[in-house]
Design a protein around this ligand. Sequence first.
Ligand code: EPZ
Length: 425
Amino acid sequence: MDRIVITGGSPLRGEVRISGAKNAALPILASTLLSGEECVITNVPAVVDVRTMATLLGMLGASVSAEGSRVAVSVQALASTEAPYALVKTMRASVLVLGPLVARWGEATVSLPGGCAIGTRPVNLHLSGLAKLGAEVTIEHGYIRARARRLRGTTIYLDFPTVTGTENLMMAACLAEGTTVIENAAKEPEITDLASFLVKRGARISGAGTDLITVEGVRELRGADHEVIPDRIEAGTYLAAGAITGGDVEITRCQPRHLEAVVMKLRESGAQVVEAKESIRLKAPRRLKGVDVKTFAYPGFPTDMQAQIMALMCMAEGPSVITETVFESRLIHVLELQRMGADIKVEGNHAVVSGTGTLTGAPVMASDLRASAGLILAGMAAEGETEISRVYHLDRGYERIEEKLGNLGAVIRRVKGEGGGAAAA
Ligand code: EPZ
């Protein structure tokens, strides 16, 4: 397994271009199952999760051709309606094929994703929503089996604004008979991006980006071309990298309005942040101030930026309380930051960080995609060398991260290891 080795202390300076959003590309690729005509998706990030989704689509019978950030998909006929455990356990977002398969092909057999480092992450809301749409849903031998001749529109209330749950049900509703209303829907920009792609293909969707989404079912969808939105979490990660190293970084090809909560917290901690139409420039203060952060569903502070801001707060002056409200066990990176000298106390879902302003390099282990990013940030600010193992987590969601950080002046290198790694998150 590869490792990443970082020598801390170099302020990051320069410009970095943000890639397409992994969490928009995944549902958009899964939604190609809803039509037979070719779809051409551009600005797709070259990350492992996208490759896994492409593999799954191929296994189902889609023809997928990828050239750089352009992926063409067409699904004339299916070879299978099964998403096997061996693949799903490496990427939970595989569950996104469930809605499209049932809606267009009348059946799906998708492995339950199983546990994950950041929480139990059930998919009960996906399943109860599909059942409300008229699908017959059972769990057999660790697999979700869903069947429906034709889904029927209805009103679905989501107990929690689940992101992939909203996406699965919105996709399924596109081909249902009649109108579906999804109440307490997730409002993430990735959902709006998926909806705009589906509407281009003839779907009738209104309210995406709000907590009330209405879908009028149609008989079929066409193909279409679509450019994926920039990745707001990658963008936030690079802003945090500039802030933690006392640097001056400009991130380009991003959507500043998707990062409001993150930018607000960075400004509160003393960073100077200037936004333009498609770029953001951050100049770090000599020393950051500790600020309190609570994660929420969008437009709140994103849980996917929690590990990164925690690393930042370790270097800040003064205490900060970081509260994780979305996942029940997304504070494992605390243990690794403590190995680097961080003074953090965990009480329930709160982490009380006493900003000591120093971290020391150490061998640490990544536990999930975003924890890995937090450890990279800590390593760039720490005295000495940090070696991060299990970086396969990182490769699932960050395109060429050591190259992009190296171009900004980070002293970072990848040490090739033997064997790969596979874990869901
Ligand atoms: C999406 O995961 C993202 N993944 C996650 O990003 C992100 O952390 C998460 O949304 C929250 O923003 C993709 O979009 C592919 P949820 P998802 O369903 O949809 C509970 C990354 O790093 N819940 O919104 O799986 C669940 O337990 C990844 O890119 C149920 O109880 O998250 C959790 O506590 C990590 N029942 C909360 O809702 C359900 O049926 C949020 O989960 C579904 C969810």
